[in-house]
Design a protein around this ligand. Structure first.
Ligand SMILES: Cc1cc2nc3c(=O)[nH]c(=O)nc-3n(C[C@H](O)[C@H](O)[C@H](O)COP(=O)(O)OP(=O)(O)OC[C@H]3O[C@@H](n4cnc5c(N)ncnc54)[C@H](O)[C@@H]3O)c2cc1C
Length: 451
């Protein structure tokens, strides 16, 4: 039973050329690129600030933006501008300077050179100012609840705001909600989870701790190169009956501030991040886990003896939900084979990183045949619905390939490509599906992106 037939009854409050829905890494990239390339652009975000998982999920650092061997940058453009803005404020560390990875975390495996530690508060500010400077109209506190589609063309969206429901009209809509909310409501086919049982990666409540003795942690990491990701510490604690949590290792990263660390250690299984009831129980479990984990760190992790909890993320971190089915579905073979596509619009080197959907382990394997792979434009173009593009972690990819492209630098890069494509489609008067991809690639390169 439907409570309200809202699509037909809500007032139209705006008419933009491009409406971007979702203000995370992909949405920031999309909105800035669209506006800079001349399209009247609105950016819709449900919270009161931008950043997506980087701010509301307290997720960090940005994973690597360099190739798999750590030789040169592969993601620049708007991502780099944002990082440079934060570095200038003293609120991020330039990835060029983050070498010898164990200096920034216990997580010292390949694929983690040249990560970018940053302060989420600085990102909120820098993203907001860059978006406004580009001429984007910001619409915060607006939750997408429906897509308006006529004859298989998306013509707008419906959002719920404090003042009521509003319809926004658009020539092109870009879905950067992470969950493909716009695409799903528009009738685009999608998949969820792994083949067979549809299970998705666990969700995790990020938290930050302070008062950590960085030198003591560093001393332990340097003197125990065999204890990758603190696995030996977890094993010892388990043997002593001191660790009941499911994760087999500790993902701990230094923030740009001395003595302050991000902890990506909580883990809740069996959650569908598009289901309200699942999200509610995951928040409750995640918060309980954090309290437990802080006690555990104090007892077992060298340097964390006197650590204090600074904060938990305002929202639990969701790694994967819907993935649209687009004109091309990126696969694990593409990632591991370091495949480069003629319509490649972003480079990625981060390994396939799948946190076990049931247990405490995971899969972690990077491109083998070359230093990076590319994401084809076709993975941003959904089947069935015209004038819609999708960017970020919900693009057209398999469960495995999504485990690689989901990290934040590629999401910024995909966003920049989607926003540029939307503006080019309007300028050249073709549907987004038929944008001249070589013109798109040249435009991206001219504007500082690496394709
Ligand atoms: C636990 C965890 C750990 C991770 N660790 C790292 C890491 O260390 N480094 C790294 O680089 N990446 C990491 N990632 C991956 C990364 O954070 C995300 O995959 C990435 O942020 C996805 O970017 P996005 O723009 O596609 O989506 P998101 O960052 O999720 O942004 C989506 C935005 O859309 C908004 N939105 C959603 N639905 C609606 C709606 N209906 N209406 C209006 N607005 C809406 C959201 O509020 C949000 O602002 C991690 C992710 C998780 C969950």
């Amino acid at each position: 039973m439907k409570a309200l037939a809202y699509s037909t009854e809500v007032p139209i409050t705006a008419h933009a050329e491009v409406v971007v829905v979702g203000g995370g890494p992909a949405g920031i990239g999309s909105a800035i690129a669209s506006a800079r390339n001349g399209a009247r652009t609105i950016l819709v975000e449900r919270y009161g600030f931008l950043g997506g998982m980087a701010t509301v999920g307290l997720v960090g650092p940005f994973m690597t933006s360099w190739d798999i061997e750590g030789r040169e940058p592969i993601i620049e453009g708007i991502f780099k501008e944002m990082v440079d803005g934060m570095v200038a404020m003293g609120a991020a560390i330039d990835p060029a300077d983050v070498t010898g990875f164990s200096a920034f975390g216990g997580y010292h495996r390949y694929g983690h050179e040249h990560v970018t530690p940053f302060d989420p508060e600085a990102l909120k500010f820098v993203a907001q100012e860059m978006v406004l400077e580009a001429g984007v109209e910001l619409k915060l506190h607006a939750l997408l609840i429906d897509s308006t589609v006529h004859d298989d063309r998306i013509v707008g969206v419906v959002v719920a705001t404090k003042g009521g429901l509003e319809a926004l009209r658009a020539e092109v809509v870009i879905d950067t909600t992470g969950d493909a909310d716009v695409a799903a409501r528009a009738g685009v086919p999608f998949e969820k989870g792994r083949p067979g049982d549809g299970l998705m990666q666990p969700v995790s409540l990020f938290f930050r701790v302070g008062n950590v003795d960085d030198d003591a942690v560093q001393g332990y990491v340097d003197s125990h190169p065999e204890d990758v990701d603190f696995r030996a510490i977890v094993r010892r604690a388990r043997d002593e009956g001191g660790f009941s949590h499911t994760k087999d290792h500790l993902t701990l990263f230094r923030t740009p501030r001395p003595g302050e660390w991000w902890a990506n250690v909580s883990r809740v299984h069996g959650v569908d991040g598009t289901d309200g009831a699942d999200l509610t129980s995951a928040e409750i479990t995640g918060r309980r886990q954090v309290l437990y984990l802080v006690q555990f760190f104090r007892k077992y992790v060298p340097g964390f003896e006197d650590c204090t909890l600074i904060d938990t993320a305002p929202q639990i971190g969701v790694r994967e939900t819907r993935r649209i089915v687009g004109e091309y579905v990126l696969t694990a073979e593409d990632v591991l084979g370091a495949r480069r596509f003629p319509d490649g619009i972003a480079r990625v080197s981060f390994p396939i990183d799948i946190h076990d959907v049931k247990g405490g382990g995971g899969f972690f394997e990077g491109p083998r045949e070359g230093p990076y792979y590319t994401i084809p434009y076709r993975s941003l173009v959904p089947l069935r619905v015209e004038q819609l593009l999708v960017a970020g972690r919900c693009v057209s990819a398999t469960h495995e390939a999504q485990g690689s492209l989901r990290v934040m630098p590629p999401c910024f890069a995909m966003g920049q490509a989607a926003g540029t494509a939307a503006a080019l489609s309007l300028e050249t008067n073709v549907d987004v599906r038929n944008v001249d991809v070589q013109l798109l690639r040249r435009t991206l390169q001219d504007q500082g992106a690496l394709v």
